[in-house]
Design a protein around this ligand. Structure first.
Ligand SMILES: Nc1ncnc2c1ncn2[C@@H]1O[C@H](COP(=O)(O)OP(=O)(O)OP(=O)(O)O)[C@@H](O)[C@H]1O
Ligand SMILES: [Mg+2]
Length: 245
């Protein structure tokens, strides 16, 4: 079982879009795949048209072991693809703070119980560097960070790298890819050139494409409504590169 966390300290960089599309291609490979929507905004759950069975207490209940993780998992419309939806209990991550600081390996331990059931797990993280982020970093085999190639993103990228060092988390577990890249913009090209030399970035990147935005209209992964599009190809190529690690 491999655990991938889609993470960035910054919001609105394509974490959820990437979670949805990469997990879809993982499932299409025939791998039993689970998405854990850890973002209280519940965007990944929304894209899969799934609502938590637990109005309240779902994620909170799982973390304090009152709710069985397996009970909260739901099927999506797609073969091999399940989801653990977001719910109101994680509305404010402060509520989960006690559980997550008391045991920094809590999420890892919980997910270990799913080893027999899934090949790949994708965690859609909320932005921020919280006790939740640290817990997720400890659980993930790979932290996948989408980065928009702009100046501010470079700064955040370095902040996350430093955080890994500070917390003694193996740096090799952090891997990045560019999203919403626009090669007509010199700034994007320059930032990409600079950061590619850092060897932390996948070669494949996701350009700024309206087919990605349309996920909000179709409420489905791109591979469902625009199977042969360039956007679908970009996510497929990125997944091919990620799964080799
Ligand atoms: N490659 C892309 N091209 C064009 N639009 C994109 C692309 N990737 C994401 N978007 C759009 O940008 C917005 C933010 O994307 P997304 O929700 O995936 O980011 P996020 O990092 O999960 O945000 P949050 O931090 O709020 O959870 C969405 O409206 C999405 O449709
Ligand atoms: Mg998101």
């Amino acid at each position: 079982m491999k655990i991938y966390a889609l993470y960035n300290l910054k919001g609105g960089v394509g974490k959820t879009a990437s979670t949805v599309n990469l997990s879809y291609y993982s499932a299409l490979d025939g791998k039993r795949t689970l998405i854990w929507d850890f973002d209280p905004q519940g965007s990944a759950s929304f894209y899969f048209k799934v609502k938590s069975k637990f109005n309240k207490g779902g994620i909170k209940g799982i973390l304090n072991e009152e709710t069985d993780l397996q009970d909260a998992i739901m099927e999506t419309d797609y073969e091999n693809l399940d989801i653990l939806p977001a719910d109101q209990s994680a509305k404010s991550l402060d509520i989960l703070h006690d559980e997550l600081t008391a045991n920094k390996k809590l999420i890892k331990t919980l997910l270990n119980n799913l080893k027999k059931d899934y090949d790949n797990i994708f965690i859609d993280c909320p932005p921020g560097l919280s006790s939740l982020a640290l817990n997720i970093f400890n659980a993930a085999d790979l932290v996948l960070m989408p980065v928009i190639p702009t100046t501010l993103s470079v700064r955040t990228y370095h902040m996350v790298k430093d955080y890994f060092k500070d917390k003694d988390i193996e740096g090799s577990r952090l891997k990045c890819f560019f999203t919403m890249a626009d090669l007509r913009k010199n700034l994007h090209k320059e930032v990409m050139e600079e950061l590619y030399s850092d060897k932390k970035f996948f070669d494949n990147y996701i350009p700024y494409l309206s087919d990605v935005e349309k996920m909000g209209v179709h409420l489905a992964p791109i591979g469902v409504y625009a199977k042969n599009s360039y956007a679908a190809q970009c996510y497929m190529d990125l997944w091919s590169e990620i799964k080799k690690i």
